[in-house]
Design a protein around this ligand. Sequence first.
Ligand code: ADP
Ligand code: ADP
Length: 236
Amino acid sequence: MLSVDNLTRHFGRTAAVDRVSFSVERPAFIGIIGRSGAGKSTLLRMLNRLTDATAGEIRFEGRNVLALKGAAKRAWQSDCAMIFQQFNLVPRLDVVSNVLHGTLNRRSALATVFNLYPRADIYRAIDILDRLGIAEQAAKRAEALSGGQQQRVAIARALMQDPKIILADEPIASLDPMNAQVVMDALRRIHEEDGRMVIANLHTLDTARRYCDRVIGMRAGRMVFDGRPEQLTTGV
Ligand code: ADP
Ligand code: ADP
């Protein structure tokens, strides 16, 4: 369903991502591991077209992802929702509005100011928050929540788009071990129950071993490992 072929991104003379190829047949939980600077973020950002590729190809269900423009590109970006290390919420905005924010590109930004969200969307947001165990926080400002709760709000915002793929860029790097586990458990459950693909940049092998079906290892832009986590014996 997803294939990446010789994907490359240069920044000046540096190849941040250097001829990376892999394909995914069915929704999997994939971890990308590697040191800081290995190219993990750049790879994820190319997948959802936040960053342009220098060369190579991405195909998803027959679509040539790198050729998508305009509305088709925006539809693709909804199909692969992204979550980030620093959550990227609007701190002073309440949790429900943050969750609905992901749908804003299709509506007016004034919806936030005047609370003009369709009621059905608000209920759906609350249902998603409930599923993630944070419905009680719905009316609070995002900044009042713990890191683990904030990351679950970001996951809820992603789920509002009903994505086929969730791209997670170091989703637990800012969290303590307990919150990290809550967030990874939530991602794993969404993967299993909804059949959504998850591709997560992770910096610890332990997390990859525990949660992923497949691990891609990167070093200096190159893919140096692709296999089951239990086959991974040394650091990448
Ligand atoms: P991470 O370690 O989480 O990948 P970085 O600090 O490397 O985060 O990157 C954060 C942001 O800065 C990203 O948007 C990335 O594209 C950009 N960035 C990273 N390295 C450079 C660089 N050498 N020059 C300019 N921008 C950079
Ligand atoms: P990782 O996510 O594994 O930490 P990145 O994808 O952030 O790695 O970065 C890979 C390489 O590309 C690094 O050398 C980084 O400095 C460089 N890089 C990333 N973004 C930029 C940017 N916007 N401008 C220049 N260099 C960048």
